[in-house]
Design a protein around this ligand. Structure first.
Ligand code: EPU
Length: 438
């Protein structure tokens, strides 16, 4: 077992290169299973959810070879639908994309219930309703299953809310309906939707409207190989921006798209952080005197281009130490507040009722070192930020949650001056072991 050990109170100075976006790499990896030719994917982040996805795909006959630590060659010619390994599917949310891929490939799907970070119920009803409009009969019991005896056909789908996962799954399924024109209304507009569309277009599918709320997918008989570079991870970049705001210092994030971070930049600027964007829009410099010098702010999470839910916990950590009373209202994942219980161990003051969607932070607190347990990926990132600005030493157990989405977190933070390390946790000796050793 491992944990993170962080000694707080150091400013951050230097440069952090941002890795490729996890939530873009995942659907694009699964999209390769639609393609019999080789795709070269560049800027793939070394995060645990990517590794799990690769393991699932390899298990299902897809060939995945590393050319460099960030460049993969993926060939889906050997893809065997209906052979996904349950325990890995249950581990990540992105495995839900197998439904779209399997239905497109063989008119059937049968996967375990996809897992992922646990913040309340994470339904898949938009996905299944869309596949039903496209000709499949879907069932969710102990597994996700579906059958389209005549194969999928195109359709017009109106999503109740702009779900990222449902938009992606429909795009994947629609890609291999030759001659079909599938329309998605109220589609998600996140940058990773645009990235997936660019990838599919490079493979010979025609996707129009990605980045707007109406997407049209013109399916292809076959996909062909291509080379595609994954976009930079806006949530990773945003997390480091908040870390610098919290600890103070001056850090330049390279390979970061400032356009994707407008909501985050706007809130940081409102708090008094200096955020400078390079002229080409590909690097961002954050300058701060530390959390105590920053003003309170009110945050409401929303679909892109609104404030990202995946940045909510990191901001919450910052708001505990900045001046005044701040609020965070979570509108996407009502149960995303589990991390607060852990953050409380640093001595911060907030109020949040079990069922409420708003947490209030009474700022100006001096955070103390604490022993925390990472509850989920972004909650874990919030604990890292709290520990970095805290006084004394903190430990964070279950760092594997953080590994799901942060590429080389320790290396990147250490190189800008943080005192952070991954250490082994030794279990206490049982009486029996002590007797053997003595
Ligand atoms: N929803 C439904 N029914 C559905 C699908 C979604 O009601 O069939 C609801 C959800 O309950 C939620 C909202 O729609 O309230 C949005 O869910 P969405 O489908 O957009 O989320 P997702 O695709 O499951 C992805 C990211 C999450 C990120 C959300 C929102 C991946 C693998 N995951 O999840 O990322 O929070 O979009 O932006 O792309 C993370 O990286 O830490 C993470 C959790």
């Amino acid at each position: 077992m491992e944990k993170l050990r962080i000694r707080g109170g150091r400013p951050l100075n230097g440069t952090i290169p941002v890795s490729g976006m996890k939530n873009s790499a995942l659907p694009i990896l699964f999209a390769c299973a639609l393609n019999d030719e080789t795709c070269v994917l560049q800027n793939v982040p070394a995060v645990r959810d990517v590794a799990t996805s690769i393991e699932i795909l390899r298990h299902m006959g897809v060939s995945v070879t590393y050319r460099t630590p960030t460049t993969l060659e993926v060939n889906g010619a050997g893809f065997r639908p209906l052979t996904s390994p349950d325990e890995l599917v249950e581990n990540i949310r992105a495995s839900s994309y197998l439904m779209g891929v399997e239905l497109a490939r063989c008119g059937r799907t049968d996967i375990a219930i996809p897992g992922g970070c646990k913040f309340g119920s994470r339904p898949l009803d938009y996905h299944t309703k869309a596949f039903e409009i496209m000709g499949a009969e879907m069932e969710r019991r102990t597994r996700m299953t579906g059958e389209a005896p005549e194969g999928l056909h195109d359709g017009k789908i109106m999503l109740d809310t702009p779900s990222v996962g449902a938009t992606i799954n429909i795009m994947l399924a629609a890609s291999r309906i030759p001659g079909g024109i599938t329309t998605i209304n109220n589609a998600a507009r996140e940058p990773h939707i645009v990235d997936l569309a660019l990838f599919l277009n490079a493979c010979g599918v025609t996707v129009k409207g990605a980045g707007t709320s109406e997407i049209k997918v013109y399916g292809a008989e076959k996909l062909h190989g291509c080379t595609h570079k994954i976009i930079p991870d806006m949530i990773e970049a945003g997390t480091y921006m908040v870390a610098v705001a919290a600890c103070g210092g001056r850090v330049t994030l390279t390979n970061a798209v400032s356009k994707h971070l407008e909501a985050v930049t706007s809130k940081l600027t409102e708090m008094g952080v200096r955020v400078e964007e390079s002229e080409d829009g590909n690097s961002i410099t954050v300058v701060s005197d530390g959390a105590a010098s920053l003003k309170s702010v009110q945050i409401k999470t929303d679909y892109y281009p609104g404030f990202p839910t995946d940045m909510h916990p990191q901001f919450a950590a910052l708001l505990c130490a900045s001046e005044g009373i701040s609020t965070v209202t979570e509108n996407i994942w009502a149960r995303r507040f589990a991390y607060l219980k852990e953050l409380a161990k640093t001595g911060v003051a907030f109020s949040h009722s079990e069922l409420g969607s708003t947490a209030t932070f009474f700022g100006g607190q001096k955070l103390l070192g604490a022993e925390m347990d990472a509850t989920d990926l972004r909650g874990g990132a919030a604990m890292v930020i709290a520990a970095l600005m805290g006084e004394g030493e903190s430990t964070i157990t279950s760092p594997e949650y953080i590994d799901r989405g942060y590429d080389d977190l320790i290396g990147k933070l250490s190189r800008v001056g943080a005192d952070i390390a991954r250490v082994e946790v030794f279990k206490p000796c049982t009486q029996q072991t002590a007797a053997i050793l003595s």
